[in-house]
Design a protein around this ligand. Sequence first.
Ligand SMILES: CC(C)(COP(=O)(O)OP(=O)(O)OC[C@H]1O[C@@H](n2cnc3c(N)ncnc32)[C@H](O)[C@@H]1OP(=O)(O)O)[C@@H](O)C(=O)NCCC(=O)NCCS
Length: 182
Amino acid sequence: MRVRQATPADAPMLARVHVDTWRATYKGIIADSYLARLDYRAGEERWRVSLTESPDSDASRGRIVLVAEHEASGVVGFAAGGPNRDKDTDCDGELYAIYVLPEHQRRGVGRMLVAAMAKSLLEAGLHSMVVWVLAANPSRRFYENLGAREIKQRKIEIGGQQYDEMSYGWPDLHMLSRSLQV
Ligand SMILES: CC(C)(COP(=O)(O)OP(=O)(O)OC[C@H]1O[C@@H](n2cnc3c(N)ncnc32)[C@H](O)[C@@H]1OP(=O)(O)O)[C@@H](O)C(=O)NCCC(=O)NCCS
């Protein structure tokens, strides 16, 4: 398994990981009708456009997308991060998304992606990191396991429904990075 920067050629697999992992993770949390409408093709197009944009464009300024690539199965997970989009919290960096295909979870891929993201954010001059997670998502234990502290809560709307969301933060990316070195 290796972690590398995503390229536009990864768009189909990024869309697959995104849709399949959303469906598996949010079944029973987010409405079935919403999950059924998730679309590989539309996702692929969005990824292709965003990964083709110049790194300096407004849409992608500072955004980092990393993929975890398995020798035999290809891309099995990804993480996206960059400057914090919510200026209300103290963290300057943010993990925007992290998804690992269900059949590859709990084998250390998520840890590898977080380690690589922490390193990339540090290289980009950022010092801390926040992540938002649905309160009902059991994966929040993943962040707790990595030493993140709960910061605050908010409501978000997905498909016309309100959900509780909470943020976790790592105030010191150097410390997180060191704790993830094997
Ligand atoms: C969250 C996620 C990225 C973690 O990646 P992963 O490769 O499964 O995680 P790792 O194998 O590196 O896990 C490291 C540790 O985190 C904890 N952990 C990970 N997922 C967990 C879960 N669902 N429930 C409880 N603990 C979890 C465990 O302590 C695990 O160690 P262990 O397996 O030895 O007990 C992945 O499970 C995933 O994609 N989940 C679904 C999508 C999702 O919820 N993404 C986050 C949206 S904010």
